[in-house]
Design a protein around this ligand. Structure first.
Ligand SMILES: [Zn+2]
Length: 367
């Protein structure tokens, strides 16, 4: 190819093609970049925040909202002043004092408030998820909060804890009977429960010994007694409620364990409130039974009172009667494990249990 043809070819064919290809590449990449730019802010953008609930502005809740959270088993006058925090309604304690005829013994100071009814004293502290009722901690589903300068309790906790403890007559439905008591010694057979390897103590044996002593004591008091096991055998968690669902009160007896060898004290569990189990129909009665028995048990044994707590224990879920689960003390704590094995101490436990069952019965009688 001569030089003239070479220039002609470069300027009229090759360079225009290269220029067009260059423009196409740049334009294409810009489109691609634009696409990224236009999408990414959308994907990474902060989602729209929901509007503040009316309560944050101090507006009163409507009756409709309160009906939505009311458990079926408890009735009470619909409070005039409900305050929302997040999506949950709360009640100022001053309002509760009016509703349940409580005396304000110590007005709110530093997030604490003390109220009373008769001889009962109840303490409330901001940020805590329990109240102290007659020296027993009663655990709540929600923490106590301050809103509009008032100490407030979650409305559900008010219905499920304060109403049963302080206004038992407001609980709807039939009062449970108390003639037959079901005793459920935890674990057994192939399942030893908690073990203290230093002292060779098995939880299943402590539970069974206390259960046998309790059976004798309750029978002497005129109660009928059913048991889920009376020997060292394995019974599944599902079979236990089924065996004794014709009783009037279910008491599961356990001993505790912790990785902390110093952990000590007794605690009583109820089924977690407001869940979807059949046994939740008995939530107020479970709480009254747990509190009644914890108070006399801690008095009789002088073990530390760790409070009334909630859990979704399988053995409590499928009950068709009120029921509680007692953790008598810590097998993992050498001092407490020795006490739990001592026949004299076991008698103190049994005495506390019997007095507690009688106290529960007396509370039912207030209806
Ligand atoms: Zn256990």
């Amino acid at each position: 190819m001569n030089r003239r043809w070479h220039y002609f070819f470069c300027f009229s064919v090759l360079y225009p093609i290269l220029a067009l290809a260059y423009i196409a590449v740049i334009y294409g990449s810009k489109i691609h970049a634009l696409r990224i730019v236009s999408i990414s802010p959308k994907e990474n953008s902060v989602p729209m925040l929901p509007p503040l609930p009316p309560s944050e502005k101090g507006i009163l809740f409507q009756k409709k909202v309160t009906e939505k959270v009311s458990p079926k088993v408890v009735s009470t006058a619909v409070p005039q002043k409900l305050i929302a925090s997040g999506d949950k309604p709360y009640l100022p304690l001053g309002e509760i004092a009016k509703l349940l005829q409580l005396k304000i013994l110590i007005p709110m100071k530093n997030g604490q408030m003390t109220m009373g009814k008769g001889s009962a004293v109840i303490q409330f502290t901001q940020g805590q998820n329990f109240i102290t009722y007659q020296k027993s901690k009663i655990f709540l589903a929600h923490k106590l909060i301050i809103r509009d300068r008032a100490l407030c309790i979650n409305y559900e906790d008010y219905l499920q804890v304060l109403v049963p403890l302080l206004a038992i007559k407001l609980i709807e439905g039939q009062t449970p009977a108390l003639k037959t008591i079901a005793i459920d010694p935890g674990h057994g057979g192939k399942d030893p429960g908690a073990v203290n390897p230093r002292l060779h103590i098995f939880e299943k044996n402590i539970n069974l010994e206390i259960a046998q002593r309790l059976k004798t004591a309750l029978t002497q008091c005129g109660f009928l007694v059913l048991e889920t096991r009376s020997t060292d055998v394995f019974v599944s968690l599902e079979d236990r409620p089924a065996k004794v669902n014709k009783a009037d009160l279910f008491i599961s007896i356990h001993s505790n364990a912790s990785t902390d060898p110093l952990a000590h004290g007794l605690e009583i569990f109820t089924l977690k409130r407001a869940q979807a189990y059949r046994a939740n129909a008995f939530d107020p009665w479970n709480l009254i039974a747990a509190y009644s028995i914890l108070s006399t048990l801690s008095q009789n044994t002088c073990l530390e009172n760790r409070g009334v707590k909630m859990a979704e224990f399988a053995v409590l879920k499928y009950l068709s009667i009120p029921g509680i689960l007692i953790e008598l003390g810590f097998v993992s704590n050498d001092d407490e494990a020795k006490k739990l094995m001592d026949p004299l101490f076991q008698e103190k436990i049994v005495q506390g249990l019997v007095e507690g069952i009688k106290k529960y019965n007396a509370n039912l009688g207030k209806r």
